[in-house]
Design a protein around this ligand. Structure first.
Ligand code: PLP
Length: 332
């Protein structure tokens, strides 16, 4: 089976498992797990942020981050298919009391003129106040789209002008970094808070981090505990993260090349596939998913006539060539 349903499906490699087995650990709720503490400091430094906190999932990192910026009853603006409003089961509203409004962009991009129009300043007790804008890079449901740094910088400059915050959902920021060569600190510089995942293309079995100021991260630690996310000897998991950062960032270029190869075979312009996600319009998604599975390729349906496939660490070049042949035959 060549499993292209998601880049979360990777299994920890032998080397990663060895690193996990050897991890030095302690009780992280007491702040005594050296492997976790080192991972938090390491990732914060990679993005030029003051501090970071380790979380089990990217969803929790997003909830902590947006919750650090937006008070209950205030709003965050984001693109209509953003993970925070489409795929976190209403967590920001249900758990933090945050409201949202969305702009629509076919490629998941920052639309600053529209954002400026949507922005609601503090009007006392009459209107919901905008306190943050959230952007997603790469944009998952826009096919792994990369947000150009220039657009992010323009958003940052405007946010500073009006005095609101910017959150960056960087679950796949590594893919954006590898695809464009943009230094990670440049991404860190446009955001007040960030969420990054170790369990997507980087191949760790679990783990994300929320990044921000020392103050925001201290508040996030309290919230994480309140959500039941105070974890104990999780250095074994943080060790997987260290291993992933050491070994699995630069190799993502292979995932991106494999994605373009498969895209071309599916009749999708490879130039429209900047990273590791390919979205293909088909006559019937359930039929294509079933037929592909029968021939050894697993895909995901993301609409009645749309399938999505992702390349990752556990998809070799040969797998990609095989999948491309199978899908080309099937879609013809
Ligand atoms: C996967 C993902 C997350 C976090 O997902 P979890 O499954 O909660 O780890 C957040 N944002 C984006 C854009 C994602 O793709």
């Amino acid at each position: 089976m060549i499993d292209l349903r998601s880049d979360t499906l990777t299994k920890p490699s032998r080397g990663m498992r060895a690193a996990m087995a050897d991890a030095e650990v302690g009780d992280d709720v007491y702040g005594e797990d050296p492997t976790v503490t080192a991972l938090e400091a390491r990732v914060a430094a990679m993005f030029g942020k003051e501090a970071a906190v380790f979380t089990p999932t990217g969803s929790m990192a997003n909830v902590l981050a947006v919750g650090a910026l937006v008070a209950p009853g205030q709003e965050v603006l984001c693109e209509s298919r953003a993970h925070i409003v489409r795929a976190e089961l209403g967590a920001h509203g249900a758990l933090t009391g945050i409201t949202s409004r969305t702009w629509v962009h076919p490629d998941g991009q920052v639309d600053l003129p529209t954002i400026r129009e949507m922005y609601a300043p503090d009007m006392g007790m009459y209107f919901v106040r905008t306190t943050a804008v959230s952007v997603e890079n790469t944009h998952n449901f826009a096919g792994g789209a990369v947000l150009p740094l220039a657009d992010l910088k323009a958003l940052r400059a405007w946010a500073d002008e009006v005095g609101i915050a910017v959150h960056l959902d960087g679950a796949r920021i590594w893919n954006a970094h590898v695809a464009t060569g943009t230094p990670l600190v440049e991404y860190g510089a446009i955001a007040d808070t960030m969420a990054v995942c170790l369990s997507k293309g980087l191949g760790a079995p679990i783990g994300s981090l929320m990044l921000g100021t020392t103050e925001a991260v201290a508040a996030a630690r309290v919230r994480r505990k309140r959500l039941g996310g105070g974890m104990r000897q999780v250095g074994v998991l943080a060790a997987a993260g260290h291993y992933a950062l050491d070994n699995n960032i630069d190799r993502m270029t292979e995932d991106h090349a494999n994605a373009r190869l498969i895209a071309e075979a599916c009749g999708v312009d490879p130039a429209s596939v900047p990273t590791n996600i390919v979205v293909v319009d088909v006559p019937s998604a359930p039929e294509v998913v079933a037929a592909a599975a029968e021939q050894g390729v697993k895909l995901g349906a993301v609409g009645p006539r749309r399938v999505r496939l992702l390349t990752h660490l556990d998809v070799t070049h040969d797998d990609a060539v095989n999948a491309a042949e199978i899908l080309a035959r099937l879609l013809r």
